[in-house]
Design a protein around this ligand. Structure first.
Ligand code: ADP
Length: 483
């Protein structure tokens, strides 16, 4: 069992109070590195979510001024920075990622609160400099109201930071539902909010348990005008359908299928280094991880050789150990999907050039998946069509620029892409044609608090981070004033 001063209450949080499930039932949180139980948390559902919404409704107000909101944001930033080590430890234990990466995620999370605090004045009322229709015009940015925030397990603190920072910047009360794999980091965050901030009761509420019951209650409840969700496209589509009657505002960051395109004029060593950093972050379980690596045919051998050397040097193990590059996968279903993609690629003619053979991979013996590379991958293979979400690198060869663009765009998803070329004109041409919300040029870096991030096509809509993200939870209200 986990022992932490930040997990004294293994509970939900409603209206400023810690609370358990009405039924008294709990569910187990497992450490993916060893399958052991870390803790049990309350299994909540519809009734608790109704109460959380009522508490949040009570905290809706137009009176939280910019100074007040700035103070909340900077207080959370400071609290996260002060407790980064312990939150990182909890995150590492329940998610499995290397502890240094987990601590980096806490700093990343703090960055969203900092960014919103620094740029909050952009939400001040804007007076038009012109006087159309003989009136003075002012645009107010009103908080939309109670926001439901539903987060996935792959960034247990990063994802909630993106949503909560912007919601609080707008002055919106929130009902938060973490993924059932990783609620402990969220409870640790609530411990900080409870101890270190003087938020109005009902401003932040935490419910966990049945995703379907909690999600559906948020969708059908008239007091929740907005839901922000990060997770799978299937659930995102369900949320669209379930909120259509009430025309709720949604922000959806859904699945990806990122192409990582390497042209023959690219610096191959840099491209390999960037790919390693990008692909294996979080064990390959991020929506911006390269899913398909497209290499121009003339450099495919050289690139593969350099990549395989680096992949073989990666260390897989318990994220709490020092010097680990890749932790366990989150659960057996995740492991089995990566294995299925590997088997499917080999069956359809790809050649495995790094990693263990599928016969040696068995999720019932643990969730550590040694990184694998396959080459000769084609578009009919599952690893090209679906998001693998694990440490499998499929190499696809292409001949020229139009082919790179065509193969890159050959997916219904549009979240992240990467282009490696030394030719600035080519980069500009290719990037303009790629239908992805985030396109790295000679870098594998993912999102940052200072810039908007989000998807196109089936990867969803809405932006988190940057100025665009700051405006997600406000509604502009335009006021012309006559003489
Ligand atoms: P993943 O495959 O990354 O686990 P999911 O979309 O299943 O993605 O989960 C992302 C988040 O959405 C989690 O918090 C999960 O509990 C929640 N979720 C799953 N199903 C639903 C649903 N029907 N309604 C609302 N939220 C859901």
């Amino acid at each position: 069992m986990i022992d932490s001063p930040m997990l004294k209450h293994l509970s939900g949080y409603i209206g400023g109070q810690w609370c358990d499930a009405d039924s008294g039932e709990t569910f187990a949180i497992l450490n993916p590195a060893n399958g052991k139980e870390l803790a049990r948390v309350p299994a909540m559902g519809e009734a608790e979510t109704e109460r959380a919404i009522a508490a949040a409704r009570g905290a809706v107000s137009m009176d939280y001024d910019l100074d007040q909101r700035r103070e909340w944001l900077t207080d959370i930033r400071d609290a996260l920075n002060d407790e980064a080590e312990e939150i990182g430890r909890i995150l590492c234990l329940e998610h499995g990622k290397p502890w240094k990466e987990a601590q980096g995620e806490v700093a990343y999370a703090a960055g969203f609160f900092d960014y919103c605090a620094q740029h909050l004045d952009e939400l001040a009322p804007r007076k038009l400099s012109q006087r159309p229709k003989d009136c003075d015009w002012t645009v107010h940015f009103r908080p939309i109201g109670v926001a439901g925030l539903i987060t996935p397990w792959n960034f247990p603190i990063g994802m909630i930071a993106k949503k909560l920072s912007a919601a609080l910047a707008a002055g919106c009360p929130t009902v938060i539902k973490p993924a059932s794999e990783t609620p402990l980091t969220m409870i640790a965050l609530f411990t900080l909010l409870h101890k270190r901030l003087d938020l109005p009761d009902g401003m932040v509420n935490l419910v966990m348990g049945s995703a379907r019951a909690i999600g559906d209650t948020l969708c059908r409840h008239p007091d929740v005008p907005m839901i922000s969700f990060t997770g799978s496209t299937g659930v995102g589509q369900h949320l669209i359908n379930a909120t259509a009657d009430q025309v709720k505002k949604l922000a959806l960051e859904l699945g990806g299928n990122a192409p990582f395109i390497v042209f023959d004029d690219a610096n191959l060593d840099d491209a390999v280094t960037q790919l390693i950093g990008n692909k294996f972050r979080g064990g390959g379980q991020t929506c911006v991880c390269a899913n398909r690596v497209l290499v121009q045919r003339g450099v495919a051998d050289a690139f593969t050789e350099k990549l395989v050397d680096k992949v073989r040097a990666l260390r897989v193990g318990d994220g709490m150990d020092d010097d680990i590059d890749i932790g366990p996968l989150i659960n057996a279903a995740g492991f089995d999907k990566v294995r299925r993609h590997l088997v499917d690629a080999i069956d359809k003619g790809a050649e495995q050039v790094a990693g263990k053979a599928p016969g040696e991979l068995d999720s019932s013996r643990g969730l550590f998946f040694p990184p694998a590379v396959v080459r000769g991958v084609t578009r009919d293979m599952d690893c090209c069509r679906e998001e693998t979400f694990g440490p499998l690198v499929p190499l696809v060869e292409f001949d020229d620029e139009p082919a790179a663009v065509r193969i890159g765009n050959d997916t219904e998803f549009g979240l992240a892409a990467y282009v490696f070329t030394a030719d600035a004109d080519r980069a500009a041409r290719v990037i303009a044609q790629l239908r992805f919300g985030h396109v790295g040029h000679n870098t594998g870096t993912g999102p940052t608090p200072e810039a908007p991030f989000g998807g196109m096509k089936l990867s969803g809509f809405g932006r988190e981070g940057g100025e665009e993200g700051l405006f997600e939870y406000v509604e502009p209200q335009t006021v012309p004033r006559g003489a």
